[in-house]
Ligand binder design. Structure first.
Ligand code: FES
Length: 272
């Protein structure tokens, strides 16, 4: 059992959990994820590791309430325990001293971006972070990102905070006025696709942290299948990060929609 030592609501529908998981906190590297089961017969929920603290033996996870299992998880409070956590899973981010790196996080995509940014800074890179949200009330972790980033840009779709517009508007401005050596992005699939299309003509090395449906997380079930450079890859073992210019984002979007009806039914039953 994995005890929740802290829980807070970061923004509407988004919770942060700090959970005791000493072995995972010692081993986890930026870019990796865990699979959580809330109860013994519960669905397996893939969650990116947003942060680790090996000294206190904790991992920080962010959860967006989007379906039955994530709503169930959000009912857990400090002092409660989760049934099991498997991890760290997936390949760590390949981090080098690139020079100037721009990290782009949209909404919950900030979870992987936060942990990856720690690694990027430790490797001696200059770091610009672009955080994108729909509106001011959905913003979280500005303080934590400000501590790491050499430059921090926040965008909101409605202009209620920071720059009005999309993360790609801000990214384009950065690319046009500064030399950018690498871009790493995580967030909604259309956002990652737009980032990839923006950087492609500039020839900037771009990595996307993908968020497909996952079940086992060990390469056995095939649920997380993605096409990268015309080849089938399994995000849980071959990723979750891939060369964004090679990813078939349209296929990924279609696969994410596959179980939407079933998810809605499960959610309705959970709320009854
Ligand atoms: Fe089953 Fe990746 S989650 S193969």
């Amino acid at each position: 059992m994995y005890r929740i030592v802290e829980k807070r609501e970061l923004a509407k529908g988004v919770d942060e959990f700090v959970v005791e998981a000493p072995e995972i906190s010692r081993k986890a590297k930026p870019g990796q994820f865990v699979i959580v089961r809330v109860v013994s017969r519960g669905e397996r929920i893939p969650l990116t590791i947003a942060d680790v603290d090996p000294e206190s033996g904790t991992v920080t996870l962010m959860v967006q309430r989007v379906g039955k299992s994530t709503y169930h998880l959000s009912c857990f409070e400090e002092g409660n325990s989760l049934r099991d956590i498997v991890g760290p899973l997936g390949k760590p981010t390949e981090i080098k001293k690139w020079g100037h790196v721009v990290a782009v996080g949209g909404g919950l995509g900030l979870a992987p971006i936060h942990h990856i940014c720690k690694g990027i800074k430790e490797a001696g890179n200059r770091l610009t972070v672009i955080m994108g949200f729909r509106s001011k009330d959905l913003i979280f972790w500005e303080d934590r990102m400000r501590l790491m980033a050499d430059d921090l840009i926040i965008t909101t779709n409605d202009g209620s905070y920071g720059k009005k517009g999309l993360v790609t508007d801000a990214l384009k401005e950065v690319i046009e006025k500064d030399k950018v050596d690498a871009v790493i992005c995580a967030g909604p699939v259309p956002m990652m696709k737009a980032v990839a299309e923006l950087t492609r003509p500039y020839g900037i090395y771009t990595v996307a942290s993908l968020n497909p449906i996952m079940v086992d997380g060990t390469g056995m079930c095939g649920a997380c299948r993605v096409t990268v450079g015309g080849e089938v890859k399994f995000a849980c073992v071959d990723g979750p990060e891939f060369d964004a210019h090679q990813v078939d984002f349209d296929e990924l979007m279609n696969r994410l929609r596959m179980f939407r009806d079933k998810e809605e039914i499960a959610m309705r039953r959970f709320q009854e």
